[in-house]
Design a protein around this ligand. Structure first.
Ligand SMILES: Cc1cc2nc3c(=O)[nH]c(=O)nc-3n(C[C@H](O)[C@H](O)[C@H](O)COP(=O)(O)OP(=O)(O)OC[C@H]3O[C@@H](n4cnc5c(N)ncnc54)[C@H](O)[C@@H]3O)c2cc1C
Ligand code: SF4
Length: 491
């Protein structure tokens, strides 16, 4: 059965047909999208608690009623892991919330995470019938995904996927971010003996050390990790593959294949004067110190300097997370400095909107050219230059061009540089036969994620550069299909 035959058969089940008939399509489409409740901006800017509060049961059911259970569910084509979206939403309409969560887990190992951080507005929701044909606000697929996953978690009745009988074959996963976790789950389901090696002391990758608690509480990630443990996945923390042990050491221990999901954790800098002054951080360091090392707490051994005038350089999700964190650490002025205009900003619209509500200032069409320090070497001022937009560049966005004689100084005591990331070169150095690009990303066969080394597969940010959680997970899953085929001698 192919995917469309499968979807058709599922849709024709009597409970779905009855639900469809229970409310006329015209009545469904007349309804307005339910808004996600959130903490008030002035209050949330002073705490680290989650901003979005989640839908109530009634709100979720009301939103689910809007979904038309389309014969051609275009929304699915916008989901990188092809969740059966109408099916899980119709379970919510029918108040079978655990059924909804199980449907999500058929293809998505981390629905509570994705319901919170996926850019649904560019993915499934952008392909919803409401948006494409009715020119209305799409069904709130992400908010419903989050609702169903949270309901399952709080029910205490968390579904542990069935796993095949152990085949005794050892497979190693390098890195415990979303790519590694998705791969580990799928490998366990197939009966492999899986060990995840993680360089840090915490499991979860960027989900833990990057994305702040006010967007993705760590407890949400921990529940998913606990589920993987229940499926038999083993985790080794403080273990750097390539340093603590080499790939050959692990092969000697009996590992027959590897999935590398080691991400892109190496921060880029602009290489301008003064970037090494005290008080200039990379966003990776800044966020990791707060998220993993408790640096927001005054009693912490390695506190983040809680600046009063904080400038965050960049316009992506990481920049938005950093500037909103600075606000929560007590900055009087927390400012985004971005070289293009608001229209080109790559961060999710929701994050920009939330940052604006929380009082973050935006200095667009400006770029820092130098940082100046006081006599103790601590950053004190930033020289910025005005920019204007020229023709579109390779990314399709209009190229920023410096405006001559437009420089001026801004007082700052903390700067967070958030201008992109690259893969850490350690893995590539540990495996010289690995083929890499000039950006340091690993080259794979896109069909099965196999690298130039037959027993090594890779996916997520180490292959794509900084991308998204769901794409990393999709890669992890695709790689498992590749590993399975490799270990069966089929590739
Ligand atoms: C601040 C921030 C906010 C973001 N916000 C969003 C968002 O809202 N929505 C979204 O979809 N995406 C977002 N992203 C991007 C997303 O988080 C990443 O694309 C995704 O986490 C990549 O997953 P990964 O598994 O490839 O790598 P990672 O999550 O980076 O995990 C890699 C793991 O491998 C470990 N590791 C590295 N080298 C080794 C080694 N040699 N041995 C053992 N372990 C190793 C690392 O310590 C790390 O834990 C954000 C990223 C950041 C930094
Ligand atoms: S396209 Fe929109 S309305 Fe149709 S099934 Fe998907 S979510 Fe429901």
């Amino acid at each position: 059965m192919n995917i469309s035959e499968y979807l058709k058969a599922e849709r024709s089940q009597s409970w779905r047909e009855e639900l469809r008939k229970s409310v006329k399509a015209a009545d469904r489409t007349r309804r307005e999208r339910v808004t996600m409740p959130e903490q008030e901006a002035a209050i949330r800017a002073t705490n680290h608690l989650e901003v979005n509060l989640g839908l109530s049961e009634e709100q979720a059911v009301n939103e689910a009623v809007r979904c038309l259970d389309c014969a051609d569910p275009t929304c699915i084509s916008g989901c990188p892991v092809n969740i059966n979206i109408p099916k899980f939403i119709k379970y919510i309409e029918g108040r079978d919330f655990l059924g909804a969560a199980r449907t999500l887990k058929e293809t998505n190992a981390l629905p509570a995470v994705c319901g919170r951080v996926c850019p649904q507005e560019e993915q499934c929701e952008s392909k919803c019938f409401y948006k494409l044909k009715l020119k209305k606000t799409p069904v709130a697929i992400g908010n419903l995904e989050r609702f169903a996953a949270d309901r399952e978690r709080t029910s205490g009745n968390i579904f542990v996927p069935q796993i095949a009988t152990s085949n005794g074959i050892k497979v190693s996963v390098v890195g415990s971010g979303p790519a590694g976790l998705a791969a580990a789950g799928d490998l366990a389901k197939l009966g492999y003996d899986v060990t995840v090696f993680e360089a840090l002391h915490e499991i979860g990758g960027v989900l833990k050390y990057g994305i702040p608690e006010f967007r993705l509480p760590n407890i949400i990630v921990d529940v998913e990790i606990e589920n993987l443990r229940k499926m038999g996945v083993r985790f080794e923390t403080n273990f750097i593959v390539g340093k603590t042990a080499t790939f050959d050491d692990l092969r000697a221990e009996g590992f027959k294949a590897f999935f590398i999901g080691s991400g892109a954790g190496l921060p880029n800098f602009m290489n301008i004067r003064g970037e090494n002054h005290i008080g200039v951080f990379s966003s990776n360091e800044y966020l990791t110190r707060v998220n993993l090392m408790g640096a927001a707490r005054p009693e912490c051994d390695t506190p983040v300097l809680s600046g009063k005038n904080v400038a965050v350089i960049g316009g992506g999700n990481t920049a938005m997370d950093s500037v909103r964190t600075a606000k929560r650490l007590g900055a009087d002025h927390a400012m985004i400095v971005y070289r293009r205009s608001m229209d080109e900003m790559p961060a999710r619209k929701e994050e920009i909107h939330h940052a604006q509500q929380e009082g973050v200032e935006f200095l667009c069409l400006h770029n820092p050219v130098e940082y100046l320090a006081d006599e103790k070497g601590r950053v004190q001022q930033m020289r910025v230059q005005k920019m204007e937009l020229g023709e579109p560049d390779a990314s399709g966005r209009r190229r920023p061009i410096p405006v001559k004689d437009s420089e001026f100084l801004i007082a700052v005591d903390t700067v967070v540089v958030s201008v992109g990331v690259s893969p850490n070169p350690l893995v590539a150095k540990a495996l010289p036969a690995l083929e890499t690009t000039r950006w340091g990303t690993v080259v794979v066969n896109q069909e099965n994620m196999q690298t130039a080394i037959p027993d090594v597969f890779a996916g997520g940010d180490i292959v794509r550069g900084g991308a998204t959680v769901i794409l990393a997970m999709g890669d992890g899953r695709k790689a498992v299909a590749g590993i399975h085929a490799y270990l069966k001698g089929m590739i």
